[in-house]
Design a protein around this ligand. Structure first.
Ligand SMILES: [Zn+2]
Length: 138
């Protein structure tokens, strides 16, 4: 696993636009691409409809997984927004990521909407440890 996550500018724009659209609730979705570059986003409904938590809709997750496979892409990560806090995994985010780490070891991208201009950061989370990876627009 590298220490950089590449993302196409259009994918970054789509991700941030989705996060803004769902405000004041958290938004969530998948990040997909080929190799190590995120090329496409798949917005997924937040079943929790909450400003502090997200639960990805299971049916929409399956649909996204199928589309990603059909396009010959890989599921590289998930994103979600923090509407009032930093773009850094919360305690609950870390606990959930650790609980599913044997099934999903992709990147976690967080978008913060707490300031006027949104910021995005990428992390890996394993065994309760958070490691930041540089998020680079290609
Ligand atoms: Zn979170």
């Amino acid at each position: 696993m590298g220490d950089r996550v590449k993302i196409a500018p259009r994918a970054m724009e789509e991700m941030v636009a989705h996060c803004r659209k769902e405000y004041p609730n958290e938004a969530c979705g998948y990040l997909a691409g080929r190799g190590e570059e995120v090329a496409q986003t798949y917005p997924i409904r937040n079943g929790a409809a909450s400003p502090t938590w997200y639960e990805m809709d299971p049916a929409e997750q399956l649909k996204a997984q199928r589309e990603i496979r059909q396009k010959g892409m890989e599921h590289l990560g998930v994103y979600h927004s923090h509407v009032a806090t930093e773009a850094y995994p919360s305690r609950r985010d870390i606990e959930r990521a650790t609980a599913v780490q044997d099934f999903f070891d992709g990147r976690y991208v967080l978008v913060t909407l707490k300031d006027a201009s949104p910021g995005a950061r990428a992390f890996t989370i394993r065994d309760g440890h958070v490691a930041e990876e540089e998020l680079v627009e290609t």
